[in-house]
Ligand binder design. Structure first.
Ligand SMILES: Cc1cc2nc3c(=O)[nH]c(=O)nc-3n(C[C@H](O)[C@H](O)[C@H](O)COP(=O)(O)OP(=O)(O)OC[C@H]3O[C@@H](n4cnc5c(N)ncnc54)[C@H](O)[C@@H]3O)c2cc1C
Length: 631
């Protein structure tokens, strides 16, 4: 009897175990099938967003991007049937993000690459305007409409978030030095600040009647600077002290520092200073006094309106690159123009048969029945289209906003495209017969200054509409009697907008007027008039951008950037606005590494990603993706 009972029990147990194991296998097969299908279709997280992200957390993104920074742990999911070993890829935009994506894909052995570029040149917001026909001549008559300076930390490449830029320059130089030595990029110092550059605020001059140098301005009190006496003499030190703890944390560990900083993402800089900081350090002042202090800091350190318009976090991050007191930040630029950086990719593009199509304006992306992406563009008014396995979009959002996009893109993605803020910025370059500013004023006849020393490099700051005059570093060592281009006005935010209503020639005249107020009538005497000799560029009016660079508004870092970055429908989102070092060249490069990583992993080529990641080129890449919740 006992034996019979045992026998029945054992048989029942075995059957139960077999059934459990079969169901578990079926379950896993179903889940795996879903994983394959979803990953393939890149289906958007519509109303099921949360479920999807939980799902993806289990299966893919969370493991790869959130949890494990050590890629050694990556194991490809078995999705063999629909995976392309050599996917056909379209890169939209030949700015630095697009060009670097192409370079990395090529390095990973992917060779079916098309780049569609609207303009007839590469580089996008790296755009040197040459005033002579020969960009290589020794006159150096050029101005940087976009990026003009590259930061680094001398002797400590491991500490600089911008090191990837320099590693890329080195890679390109290595590539070009044998076959195309004219393409080799020469880095030269960019003189960032100059104690003899000038300071002209509130129509104030030194008591001697001379224009103040920035050095001199630091030696006098607020009253002599024309500021209300509610503002303490140390008002700029207050600002440094307000941000120093954040810099310290970022320096200790960038990701942890950023996670801490993100707690303040609900603040503008104005609200942080007014509500969280100033009442702590100046408890006896009135709220109206705080406003005066905040305004005095903003006008000196930022564009008018930046403190009220943008988030505190992006402002700290932006200034962190410029003025982290913990490191001595050095600056470089490229001799004969930053344009030489994107141009240095051209030999590689040719040699590797990358299909670079100029004058191609993309306006639509459509999902095909088999989940590929059809790209539509106009070439000389003719509409063209082609289907690709994957598309990398590097184009600024002011442009993408007007495209027809797959209707299945997620709610969050559409919101991010619509909402992410861009900074306004404008530059006005004037040409002069001689570089009078480089001579001592007593020699050139310019307005006398408190130093009587000529200015090579650095910047003059003023509250006049031109706001910042940036003196080129690249004439150093050549005669000041030779002609030169001067960046007479570099403006942001409301200061930039205040030029929007004027045409280019009117902007030249306005800029010249302010320059003469500071440097004297010599500016009028030495000016070379004419449209071809001068240049004004207002980035929001640029058809290829619709803004200067992304500058996240309050809460946007927290709520939008992760969703912006996440790939959907075989479309990968790239460009400076998709990186934490946004608004910098390095942001564009970082984002290219990320999308190439996404593509290699999606196509089960983790071996190739690991190999690529371990190259010298990517030694200093740090995507810092773990800070984005939604990615
Ligand atoms: C005024 C200004 C000053 C700056 N200063 C600095 C600096 O000093 N240092 C620094 O490191 N960074 C600086 N930057 C930022 C830096 O220039 C950018 O972060 C970087 O160049 C962006 O590269 P990207 O590839 O993401 O975008 P982009 O360079 O904008 O590339 C996008 C490409 O897409 C193309 N495109 C646009 N629309 C279409 C379309 N419909 N179809 C096909 N192609 C299209 C564009 O022509 C462009 O080539 C500055 C930027 C500006 C605007």
């Amino acid at each position: 009897m006992i034996h019979k009972f045992n026998f029945v029990f054992i048989i029942t147990l075995v059957i139960t175990l077999v059934l459990i194991s079969t169901f578990a296998q079926m379950d896993r097969a179903i889940e795996r099938h879903r994983a394959v299908r979803l990953a393939r279709q890149r289906r958007a997280p519509d109303s099921n967003g949360d479920k999807r992200s939980a799902f993806l957390k289990d299966y893919y993104f969370y493991d790869v991007y959130h949890k494990r920074s050590h890629d050694e742990n990556i194991k490809a999911n078995p999705r063999s049937t629909q995976i392309e070993k050599n996917p056909k890829i379209c890169i939209v935009g030949a700015g630095l993000a697009g060009l670097f994506s192409a370079l990395l894909l090529k390095e990973a052995g992917i060779n079916d690459i098309t780049i569609l570029e609207y303009q007839d040149r590469v580089g996008g917001r790296i755009h040197t305007h040459y005033f002579t026909d020969n960009p290589n001549d020794e006159k150096r008559l050029y101005g940087e409409l976009g990026a003009m300076r590259l930061p680094y930390i001398k002797g400590r490449p491991d500490l600089s978030p911008h090191q990837l830029v320099f590693d890329t320059v080195e890679y390109l130089n290595e590539y070009n030095k044998k076959d195309d030595p004219n393409r080799v990029i020469k880095l030269i110092p960019f003189i960032f600040s100059n104690p003899n550059a000038l300071y002209y605020f509130n129509n104030k001059k030194a008591s001697s009647g001379e224009i103040m140098t920035s050095n001199y301005s630091k030696s006098i009190g607020v009253k002599q600077l024309g500021l209300p006496d509610t503002i303490p003499d140390n008002y700029l030190i207050l600002w440094d002290d307000a941000v120093k703890p954040f810099y310290d944390e970022l320096d200790k560990n960038f990701t942890n520092g950023l996670i801490n900083l993100k707690r303040y993402d609900h603040h503008t800089t104005y609200s942080y200073l007014k509500e969280a900081y100033l009442p702590k350090v100046l408890p006896s002042k009135k709220p109206a006094d705080y406003d005066e202090i905040i305004s005095a800091i903003e006008v000196q350190e930022f564009g008018t309106g930046d403190f009220r318009h943008y988030g505190f976090v992006p402002t700290v991050l932006e200034l962190y690159t410029f003025s982290d007191p913990n490191y001595n930040i050095s600056w470089s630029t490229i001799d004969k123009g930053m344009q030489r950086f994107p141009n240095a990719y051209l030999p590689m593009i040719k040699k590797e048969n990358i299909n670079l199509k100029y004058n191609s304006e993309v306006y639509k992306l459509e999902k095909t029945n088999n989940s590929n992406i059809k790209v539509f563009w106009k070439n000389n008014r003719k509409s063209v289209s082609e289907t690709f396995d994957r598309v990398i979009v590097t184009v600024p959002l002011g442009v993408v906003r007007h495209w027809d996009l797959p209707l299945t893109l997620s709610y969050k993605k559409r919101n991010a495209i619509r909402e992410i803020d861009y900074e306004f910025a404008g530059k006005i370059f004037l040409q002069f017969k001689s570089r009078f500013w480089e001579k001592p004023p007593s020699e050139s006849g310019a307005n006398p200054t408190t130093s009587n020393i000529g200015i090579i490099g650095g910047a003059t700051f003023t509250d006049l509409p031109i706001r910042t005059i940036a003196y080129p570093s690249y004439y150093k060592g050549t005669s000041a009697d030779k002609p030169g281009i001067l960046l007479v006005s570099y403006t942001w935010c409301n200061d930039a907008k205040k030029y929007a209503q004027f045409n280019e020639e009117e902007r030249f005249e306005l800029a010249l007027k302010d320059l003469a107020t500071i440097h004297g009538d010599i500016a009028y005497k030495e000016w070379v008039p004419g449209k071809k000799n001068n240049k004004a560029h207002y980035w929001p009016n640029d058809r290829t951008t619709g803004g200067a660079y992304s500058y996240f508004g309050v809460g946007q870092l927290e709520s939008l950037v992760g969703a912006m970055i996440r790939p959907e429908e075989c479309i990968h989102w790239c460009g400076e606005h998709t990186d934490i070092h946004n608004s910098w060249t390095v942001g564009a490069l970082n984002s290219a590494v990320r999308v190439v990583k996404e593509i290699l992993l999606e196509n089960l080529m983790s071996d190739k990603w690991l190999k690529l990641k371990n190259t010298r080129l990517l030694n200093h890449w740090n995507g810092n993706l773990e800070v984005f919740e939604d990615y």
